[in-house]
Design a protein around this ligand. Structure first.
Ligand code: NAD
Length: 336
């Protein structure tokens, strides 16, 4: 069967890692017709918009997309393109598996947890106002609808993926109404799952400390948009860095798969970006498309390529002297 998938290569290392993922998916024997779409710098160059309407419409039309990171100017310029894209597509739930891989030098070797992030509300609404000269406010928007939706998604995901515990990270001691709303919704939804899934709440400050000291105590962690991004990056550091964490964002009309890392402008076009986060995002996508066997072969091939520990193959972030191409080739060779 041929699948049609939108491909948004993105900026910086985006085109390098998405083409690596494409090569691996093709080598795994899955037939995909790719619809390449501009966003970010290519959107501005070809359609005078960082987020062209054509790109949004095509993703909704085809239902599935693989995306690279997109750059956003800091402290000025246009808004965050990836956040805007997720909002426009209604991709309210992001799933980020944080899993140790064999052979990777990292602070921990036994991490296996899932971060679930509410993608569309909170401070990610990006609403800022100057209320008086020199006084700026940012609005943290939280609704019962989105908080209940992400809580339901999280418990259902935990149940269907054989997970036993959900922990909500929050600052509801301080933000009693906004973070408090997420807690109230999570507690209410948990009642329907109480016999099957354990539930706990942690003030995020303590949660981060415990995550770094003893990550194996966590199973599924639920967070809001802003803190979800931060904690995902901390968790990536636990298993070997930003090049290791894939993600999937789910909405009612479509699903988007992308590495958690950014465009890495410091290494763009040097051919040394770690492609694994994007390749593993591709594996998550194949599972979504019903290609479970290919997804599992790709995951095993990534593990095998890493466990061989060949310094000439591994990218510099993994301690090697290899390249995006050498690591991608090694994954393809390891496909069984
Ligand atoms: P970043 O993830 O791009 O880079 C942080 C560090 O990690 C850099 O040293 C980089 O070289 C390294 N790194 C990241 N991915 C890597 C990989 N695959 N292999 C090896 N090393 C890797 O984060 P940043 O510097 O905070 O952001 C840079 C740009 O990316 C910004 O414009 C930001 O807006 C954008 N960004 C986009 C997304 C997205 O589109 N999903 C996510 C985060 C950041």
């Amino acid at each position: 069967m041929t699948h049609t998938v939108c491909l948004v290569p993105g900026d910086g290392i985006g085109p390098e890692v998405t083409s690596a993922a494409k090569r691996v998916i093709e080598a795994a024997g899955v037939d995909i017709e790719w619809v390449s779409l501009p966003a970010g710098e290519t959107g501005i160059e070809f359609l005078r918009s960082p987020l062209p309407e054509r790109t949004i419409a095509a993703i909704i039309g085809h239902g599935t997309a693989l995306k690279g990171p997109i750059s956003t100017p800091i402290a000025g310029g246009h808004g965050n393109v990836s956040v805007k894209l997720r909002q426009r597509l209604g991709l309210s739930a992001a799933v980020r598996p944080i899993k140790s891989m064999p052979g990777v030098k990292a602070p921990h070797s036994n991490v296996d947890l899932i971060i679930i992030r509410e993608n569309t509300e909170g401070l990610f609404c990006g609403i800022e106002n100057e209320v008086a000269p020199g006084v700026i406010q940012a609005l943290k928007v939280c609704t019962v609808e989105a908080s209940t939706r992400i809580a339901k998604f999280t418990f259902e995901y935990a149940l269907s993926h054989d997970r036993r515990k959900v922990t909500v990270f929050h600052r509801a001691d301080l933000l009693k109404k906004t973070d408090g709303l997420l807690l109230r919704c999570a507690r209410k939804v948990h009642r329907d799952f109480a016999d099957r899934i354990n539930y706990e709440e942690m003030i995020i400050d303590s949660g981060c400390m415990q995550l770094v000291r003893n990550p194996s105590q966590f199973d599924v962690i639920l967070l809001d948009s802003l803190t979800g991004g931060m904690v995902s990056s901390v968790a990536a550091g636990l298993i070997g860095g930003p090049g290791m964490v894939p993600s999937a964002s789910f909405g009612p009309q479509c699903v988007l798969f992308e590495p958690v890392h950014g465009c890495a402008p410091d290494i763009a076009r040097k051919g040394i970006a770690n492609p694994l986060a994007c390749i593993l995002s591709g594996a998550m996508m194949l599972e979504h498309l019903g290609e479970d066997a290919a997804a599992s072969r790709i995951r095993s091939a990534c593990e095998l390529a890493l466990s061989r520990g060949d310094a000439l193959v591994l990218t510099p972030d993994l301690g090697g002297s290899g390249s995006t191409t050498s690591l991608t080739d090694a994954v393809i060779r390891a496909l069984k």
